[in-house]
Write a protein that binds this ligand. Structure first.
Ligand SMILES: [Zn+2]
Length: 407
């Protein structure tokens, strides 16, 4: 590395360490920020000579990054931004402290994909899905897909591993110049992809299959897919994956991780056993026992991830908690985009700053519920056994903090 990059990298590590010592989180954002101030090319210098996979999409990218890191671990140590710092400052920090590690798997915020691809020249880019966040609408989703297309056109050497079930992802991935591996991980949330991004016509669907009713855009045949808890590879061989993470959604994430690892020469039968090493991801899926209740925390940050959380939650008493502070978005009208009917038939408790909005939504959806004023009250209210907790961002943080205090 050039001298300036060496200095920037060293200062970046020191700043991150100081920030950690001061109790201000893991320091990766401030460390990366200072490093990039000293040398704006620092990320490119740190990436040079490494074999890198990037993982992007609206949902599942933190989990898929962790699973892919575990799968690539077959080859040796793998650098990663495991704290979810998924912008260039976080990537810079992750690689600055990684030393001479040959491999890296980086989670990338979908808005930054082009910039990070240009800086890191990745060998593989995994594209998971595109859907609205709380305040976006389908128009923004199509704009994001357009940005991805431009990013892929500018990267002649990046092989793309992409979700065949999401029309927006397929439309973007067709611009890949070094080939595409398609996987099928399912798409529960379809409300952002009824209109063809290429020509504006209606997208027709039967089961998992979909096609544009006017132009040539249609679902590609996936090489990797999920079948009853197993991942099926391109040769048709089944790989049972014993995950510590719940839900079919995560088997789809495992399929993506194995497909990415295969591009690095890792056989799925060698990688699959390592996927069970991932137990919780930044507190998500974490299970804690309290007063005989086994409590599991699921984060749901946008309509698509609410549907996924319903898939992950077992048929057990379920606490829903909604806030509408800055990081959550102040508008809760997205609640009406989500079908809560899968919760019928189980005891449902609600809490959080905006529990009243949730109550209205559940009434309309004919899902019986009970309001509790605190998390502790929810725990007291349910009988011994499992309690599933589904919460949006700040509600999730509140409950985590409360559990940490008590335990
Ligand atoms: Zn079309």
């Amino acid at each position: 590395m050039p001298l300036r990059a060496k200095v920037a990298s060293s200062v970046s590590r020191t700043a991150a360490a100081l920030s950690r010592a001061a109790g201000r989180g893991d320091g990766s954002v401030i460390g990366g920020w200072i490093g990039l101030k000293i040398d704006p090319e620092l990320l490119a210098h740190l990436a040079s000579g490494r074999e890198i996979a990037l993982v992007s999409g609206t949902n599942g990218k933190t989990t898929t990054t962790r699973l892919t890191t575990a799968a690539l671990g077959v080859l040796g140590t793998v650098a990663t931004n495991s704290f979810g710092a998924n912008m260039p400052t976080g990537h810079t920090s992750a690689l600055a402290k990684a030393g001479a590690t040959r491999y890296a798997v980086l989670e990338v915020d979908e808005h930054y994909l082009g910039q990070v691809m240009a800086a890191t020249a990745p060998r593989v880019v995994a594209l998971l899905n595109l859907s609205r966040d709380q305040l976006d609408r389908a128009k923004e989703v199509a704009m994001m897909a357009q940005l991805w297309r431009e990013a892929l056109r500018a990267a002649p050497d990046a092989h793309v591993v992409a979700n065949a079930d999401d029309p927006m992802v397929v439309w973007a991935a067709t611009q890949a110049r070094a080939g595409v591996t398609w996987f099928s991980a399912g798409q529960r949330w379809r409300d952002d992809s009824w209109v063809c991004p290429e020509c504006g016509a209606h997208i027709a669907r039967i089961g998992d299959d979909w096609w544009c009713t006017r132009c040539a855009l249609r679902r590609p045949e996936p090489q990797w897919r999920v079948d009853r808890g197993a991942v099926v590879d391109p040769s048709g061989e089944r790989h049972e994956v014993k995950l510590a993470l719940p839900g079919t959604v995560n088997v789809g994430n495992a399929a993506t991780a194995l497909a990415v690892a295969a591009r690095f020469g890792v056989r799925p039968q060698d990688a699959a056993p390592h996927l069970a090493e991932v137990t919780s991801v930044a507190g998500r899926y974490a299970q804690v026992e309290r007063d005989g209740r086994l409590i599991r925390l699921l984060l749901a940050k946008n309509p698509a991830s609410w549907l996924e959380a319903f898939d992950m939650a077992e048929q057990a008493p379920t606490l829903l908690s909604i806030n509408a502070r800055d990081p959550d978005g102040l508008d809760t009208s997205w609640l009406f985009d989500v079908d809560f009917a899968p919760l019928r038939g189980r005891p449902v408790l609600i809490t959080g700053d905006r529990a009243f909005d949730l109550a209205v939504r559940l009434e309309v959806n004919e899902v019986p519920f009970r309001h509790v004023s605190t998390f502790a009250e929810a725990v007291r209210t349910v009988s011994k056994g499992r309690l599933e907790v589904i919460a949006n961002y700040t509600a999730f943080q509140d409950i985590r903090a409360e559990l940490d205090r008590v335990l």
